[in-house]
Every structure is written in structure tokens, then in C-alpha cells.
Design a binder for this molecule. Sequence first.
Ligand code: PGA
Length: 253
Amino acid sequence: MDIIIRRTPDEVGAYAADCIEPFARQGATIGLATGSTPNPTYKELIRRHREEGLSFANCKAFLLDEYYGLPRDHEQSYYSTIRREFTGSIDIPDAAVASPNGEAEDPHSAAASYDHAIRHAGGVDIQILGIGANGHIAFNEPTSSLRSRTRLIDLHPRTIEDNARFFDSADEVPRQALSQGIGTILEARHLVLIATGPAKANAVQALVEGPLSASCPASALQLHNAATVVVDESAAELLSDAETYKDFDPYWR
Ligand code: PGA
């Protein structure tokens, strides 16, 4: 893993945007994450699109996950969120932005179709990831199999609590989601996990310095050959050996 520590969330976003830009230029397939953490990255990519002509016209995108049972046009569905926060402000064709079907009658076959669609598109070239305070990636909660595939997941009470800020109350947060599995995520050719703020410090420490364990789903990044973890100083504050991590650009940049 490459560990990159930057001073602020905006600097983290600029670094992550630097990682994604060459893939956009190649018309790659980009894996997108929702949540607050990637927003500075998306803002920077939108700026480069508007001011520097960075085009995503030949790209495809796959979202990591989607609430199950929330209509696609609900403002908090991830289908709507990614359009509002990112893809609606760049030139990627709307039909090229895929997400799991959270309205499917049969969630199990919707999950299998999603894995199939990713493979059919040739796989994800670069995947952006956030991390939950409990170490989850996408909606893979602690105890998720490290080889899991896209599937229906019951959300952890902590995740429901964390996401309640986007809804009028915790009661309105859907209880289930369709999420790419850890095995699915590990098939992406490059991973860029971003984390900012002190609330993520424990999870970042477990991801970077803890054992490989389903108790911290993000620790599965230790198995990947091109995973970059980009954190700000407050998310890095519990790393016991931060000063020795090489702040080198990853080999693939
Ligand atoms: P956040 O969510 O970026 O809103 O903190 C990250 C996650 O739960 O994966």
C-alpha cells in the first residue's frame, strides 16, 4: 500500500484528482463512491473539466453501492447523489454511469447482474473508496467476507447512525443496501481510498497497521497490488509510524 498524508481535505482531494485525471484522459472505467469524503475530489475534477478541458466523455462509471428500497429519484439515493455531486457537472454520458438497482424486486439477481455488468465492461480501472468509522468499504460491514461479491447487505446500526445526517431522522435511513463485495472491489486495477477527519483515525489505523481481518473490511486493501491510501493529518493521527511511511507517488502514477 502507498500511504499519502496531506494537510487538509482539499489537498487530499487534489491528490486523488491527480490519480484519476490520467484515467479520465484514457476514457477508462472509473469506480465512484458517494459520501462526504470524495466531494473535494469531485469538486477538483469538475474544476479541471470546466477550466482545463479535462473530458470524461469516453469514460464509464460504476457506483459502489445503492440503498435498497429507496426510489432512484429520491434525493438521497446514490443514483441521484452522484449526479448531483459529480457526474451531472462533467461530460460523461448519463447512461454510462451505472449503479445497482435498489428498486429491483429480486435484489439477489440485481446484485449478480451488477457484477456481470462490471465484468462485461472490462472491469474497473480505478476505484475511489471512502472508509466508514467502523472500517467498512462500500457497505461491506465488519465480518463481510473478504471475497464477497455484490449482494444485499443489512446496514450496521453505526452506519445507519452515521448516514442519518442526510435524512430527516435515523428512522428514514434504509436498512439494507446493494453493495459491491470486497472481492468485487479488489478486482479493480487500482484503488484509491481517501479518509479525512479525526472520526476516521481509528479505522485508518486498523486499515494500515492492523491485521488483515474481516473485522476491518478496509484491511483487504493489504491484499491489493496497487492500493493507495490518501489521508489528511487528522485521519492519520493514530498511525504509530506515520513518519516512516514513504510519501512517494505510487509506481503507477
Ligand atoms: P463519508 O462515508 O465519506 O460520508 O464519511 C464514507 C463511508 O462510509 O464509506
